[in-house]
Design a protein around this ligand. Structure first.
Ligand code: F6R
Length: 585
């Protein structure tokens, strides 16, 4: 994963630190920067978040050339040795890398045979050690030997330019007055540019204050057209909330408003119409983690409404399943970031089989949006917390809109009613319950049908930010194995919003109670006092129209996970071991 940035201009250290903070969603295991002035490198590295690096960097207003990196560890431990930038053996070239070099061991063995010394274990350091000088020819030579994904930015002690290359990891360039920047995400350009150049796979070249030189994968010199960017998307502050996560949960109301408005515009209706007129006899919904759960919600809508086989799968598993994907398949890829490597890979797999490709993304300039035939934006605004909340909500609403449209059913009125009654649950009650959940180390979430999907999503949210072991089990499946885990230290959260399934789910809950397990009922149904008496805890969640229940119920449950993380003293915005954008397979 990782975020990389390069900059030529004044206030080099400060600009790089600001950029790194914007890229921190890509990883925060360690951060580093190298700045070159008057033919000398100054390098800073620190383990942990960018704020740690910030403490040791000496700022200078002077003109400089710099590169910087925020890391999500893939090869090698989280340590200073493995923190970028990495250097050539003679120390004259510095490099930052995002991606994975698949043949790094072979390359490293060649270098070791030449007695080149390594300081850490990263694949990136191997690339740095392949240089002894930096120019377009040496870059070309090294690129020809690399197998894998990379966004690279390189700097030499005496150079007045930054060199770069891109393959399957994002990289963008923007020019301002007296400065130029290259970065993993155009959000880094917000302070000085309103347009940027997008690099394609195989592109490489150099940027300097005077000009940019771009080559494509065939070594042809190319011109790039600038693209405009809407920076209103970016949200830099917490608007008075303690964490981004809680702010973002509450933003779901605004997101809903925005989706209702935008999906009545001609432009977006034309996209929906275009999908409606495609010829397909199978639908595949594909995503990872939370986005996959949104796909499951979508599958439930589409299955209910069409006489068409609809499948939903995890992106990394799709190519292993022998699905019958061809030109009669509609493949819908769901991804908040639009940069998830597993999803990109599954998308390419379906594209090669001539399937119709639709993307549901939050980032309109992302790789997935770019690769799709049709992109349906989810308009969630920037999501900074690693745990996805408002984007999940937006993905579910967008698929609901799509499924209504395909079926010729009105979506505006039901969504407007939902917006007017949207309910985030009572803070005091949720905080009390969070104190209870925080005491457990093992939690089951159980439910049936759409409640099972919600169980999977809340379970993921809870484990992600609280580090409590939690897993979702379809209620009916418990007795087929998982029940053996239950004892009095186990909490089972029973999610029930479907009247018809309630009796069966209740029996499953009682099977747990008879084995000493503790029970928390989360329900939007009327529950009499006898039933309540069988549960250790009960949380009533708001009702809404049946179709929209998964979007309503998730809101207080996201908050429950959030409060539980706070109760355990964790930072919910930056859970350990994770990153917001997962750009490795
Ligand atoms: C969980 C979470 C992840 C992402 C997953 C896919 O809270 O955020 O499970 O949903 O990594 O990311 P995108 O949607 O960017 O493809």
């Amino acid at each position: 994963m990782c975020g990389i940035i390069g900059y030529i201009g004044k206030n080099c250290e400060k600009v790089l630190l600001t950029g790194l903070k914007r890229l921190e969603y890509r990883g925060y295991d360690s951060a580093g920067m190298t700045v070159s002035r008057d033919g000398e490198f100054v390098t800073y590295k620190e383990v942990g978040e960018v704020k740690n690096l910030e403490k040791i960097v000496s700022l200078s207003e002077d003109f400089g050339y710099g590169i910087a990196h925020t890391r999500w560890a893939t090869h090698g431990s989280i340590s200073l040795e493995n923190t970028h930038p990495h250097f050539s053996a003679n120390g004259s070239v510095a490099l930052v890398h995002n991606g994975i070099i698949e043949n790094f061991e072979e390359l490293k063995n060649d270098l070791l045979a030449k007695s080149i010394r390594f300081y850490g274990q990263t694949d990136s350091e191997v690339v740095a050690k392949m240089f002894d000088k930096l120019n377009i020819n040496s870059l070309r030579y090294v690129l020809k030997r690399l197998v894998g994904s990379y966004a690279l930015v390189l700097l030499s002690k005496d150079g007045e330019q930054l060199y770069f290359a891109k393959n399957r990891s994002p990289l963008y360039v923007a020019r301002g007055e007296d400065c130029v920047m290259i970065a993993s995400d155009p959000s880094c350009f917000v302070d000085f540019a309103d347009s940027y150049f997008e690099l394609e796979d195989g592109d490489y070249g150099k940027i300097s204050l005077k000009n940019d030189v771009f080559y494509n994968k065939n070594d042809e010199k190319i011109e790039k057209m600038p693209k405009k960017i809407d920076f209103n998307f970016l949200s830099e502050d917490k608007s008075g909330y303690e964490h981004y996560m809680i702010k973002e949960i509450y933003q779901s109301r605004l997101v809903l408003e925005s989706l209702i408005e935008r999906y009545q515009t001609t432009n977006l209706k034309a996209k929906l119409e275009e999908i409606k007129h495609l010829e397909f006899d199978r639908i595949y919904l594909v995503g990872c983690g939370t986005a996959y759960h949104a796909g499951l919600v979508g599958q439930s809508y589409l299955n209910e409404r069409f006489n068409i086989d609809t499948f939903c799968d995890i992106a990394s598993e799709l190519p292993n399943k022998n699905y019958n994907i061809d030109s009669h398949s509609l493949c819908i890829f769901i991804s908040q970031s639009g940069e998830t490597a597993d999803t990109i890979s599954a998308l390419k797999f379906c594209k090669e089989r001539d399937a119709h490709i639709v993307a549901l993304t939050n980032v309109e300039y992302s790789t997935i949006a770019h690769l799709a035939d049709i992109n349906l934006p989810i308009f969630a605004g920037q999501e900074k917390s690693v745990a996805s909340t408002k984007a999940y909500f937006a993905q579910c609403v967008t698929i609901y809109i799509l499924s209504c449209f395909l079926q010729g059913k009105d979506y505006v009125e039901p969504l407007k009613i939902f917006k007017n009654h949207i309910d985030f649950g009572d803070d005091n009650e949720l905080k009390k319950l969070a104190k209870v959940v925080a005491r457990y180390d093992k939690v089951f979430f159980i439910g049936r049908g759409k409640d099972y999907i919600t169980s999977q999503e809340v379970s993921l949210k809870l484990k992600e930010i609280t580090y409590i072991f939690s897993t979702a089990v379809a209620s009916g499946e418990l007795k087929h194995g998982s029940l053996s885990l239950v004892d009095d230290k186990f909490l089972t959260v029973v999610i029930s919003s479907d009247k018809e399934q309630f009796a069966k789910t209740l029996s499953n809950a009682y099977e747990i109670k008879s084995r000493g397990g503790k029970l928390l009922l989360i329900t939007s149904l009327f529950v009499d006092s006898d039933v309540r008496g069988n549960f250790d805890y009960v949380l009533e969640v708001p009702k809404t129209e049946n179709d929209l229940l998964p979007m309503q119920i998730i809101l207080p449950l996201q908050k429950l996970a959030y409060f539980t993380a706070c109760e355990r003293g964790n930072n919910p915005d930056k859970p350990r071991n994770l990153a917001k954008s997962v750009t490795v397979e």
